[in-house]
Design a protein around this ligand. Structure first.
Ligand code: FE
Length: 225
C-alpha cells in the first residue's frame, strides 16, 4: 500500500492542549534551526531576494537591529502612557505597530501584564516559538528541553535558578507560545522610577523581564552596551 504523507502532517501525534500549528518536527536543536531557516527563506522569497548577500544582511538584522531594545520601548511606553497600555493589553499587535514594530513572528502578539497578584512567564513547550519582532532571536536556554519542560512543571524553581524570587502570594501563570500566538510579558514598573523619561525607563527593561524569567533593573543598574 502506498503511504502518502502530505506536507503538514504531524509525525509526532502531540497530545497537547493548545493548537500548535507547526509543520516542523520538534525535539531537537536542529528543528529550531530548521524552523528559522524556513522562516528566513520564505521571507527572502516574499521580498524577492536571491543573493546570498541579502541573506547575510537579514541574519545580521536579526542579530543586531532586531532585539529586546524594541520590546523595551513597548514596555516603557506602556508604563508612561495609560491609554497605550490599555490598547496594548487589549490588542497587542496593532498597539506595537504604533511604534513601528512588527513583522514575521509578531502577527498575533499577546501582551500579559505582571501585577502584585500574578507573575507571567512565557515558554514554547514544543519547540522555540518566540516573539522575534520585539525580542529578536531567542536565547539558547529558551530553546533547550530543560526550560521547556520545567517552566510548566516547576516555574518557581526555574525562576529561582534565574535568581528571581516571587512572593509566595503571587500566582505564576505560564503561557505556552505557538506558531500563531506569541506572548510578551509587561513587567511591573520598578519603584523609584517616577518621573524618569521613557528612554531611561526602556534601559531598565531586560529581555528576560519580557519573557518573565527576570525582572526589570532598578534605576542606576542599567546595563550599557
Ligand atoms: Fe514553538
Amino acid at each position: 500500500m502506498t503511504h502518502d504523507h502530505s506536507h503538514g502532517d504531524d509525525p509526532h501525534g502531540h497530545a497537547h492542549d493548545h493548537a500548535h500549528d507547526h509543520d516542523h518536527p520538534h525535539g531537537s536543536e536542529l528543528s529550531a534551526v530548521e524552523a528559522r531557516v524556513r522562516a528566513l527563506e520564505s521571507l527572502l522569497v516574499e521580498k524577492g531576494y536571491v543573493q546570498p548577500a541579502a541573506l547575510d544582511a537579514l541574519v545580521e538584522m536579526y542579530e543586531t537591529e532586531i532585539g529586546p531594545h524594541l520590546g523595551a520601548r513597548v514596555v516603557a511606553r506602556a508604563w508612561t502612557d495609560p491609554a497605550f497600555r490599555a490598547r496594548l493589553l487589549a490588542e497587542a499587535t496593532p498597539a506595537i505597530a504604533e511604534l513601528g514594530i512588527g513583522g514575521r513572528g509578531g502577527e498575533h502578539m499577546v501582551v500579559v501584564e505582571n501585577t502584585p497578584e500574578t507573575h507571567n512567564m512565557v515558554v514554547c513547550t514544543l519547540c522555540s516559538c518566540y516573539p522575534w519582532p520585539v525580542l529578536g532571536l531567542p536565547p539558547v536556554w529558551y530553546k533547550a528541553p530543560p526550560y521547556r519542560a520545567r517552566a510548566v512543571s516547576d516555574p518557581r524553581g526555574v525562576l529561582r535558578e534565574f535568581g528571581v524570587s516571587i512572593p509566595e502570594t503571587t500566582r505564576i501563570t505560564v503561557w505556552d507560545s505557538t506558531a500563531e500566538t506569541r506572548f510578551m510579558v509587561l513587567p511591573m514598573r520598578p519603584a523609584g522610577t517616577e518621573g524618569l523619561p521613557e528612554e531611561a525607563l526602556a534601559a531598565l527593561v531586560t529581555r528576560d523581564a519580557m519573557i518573565g524569567t527576570g525582572l526589570p533593573l532598578s534605576p542606576g543598574a542599567e546595563i550599557r552596551s
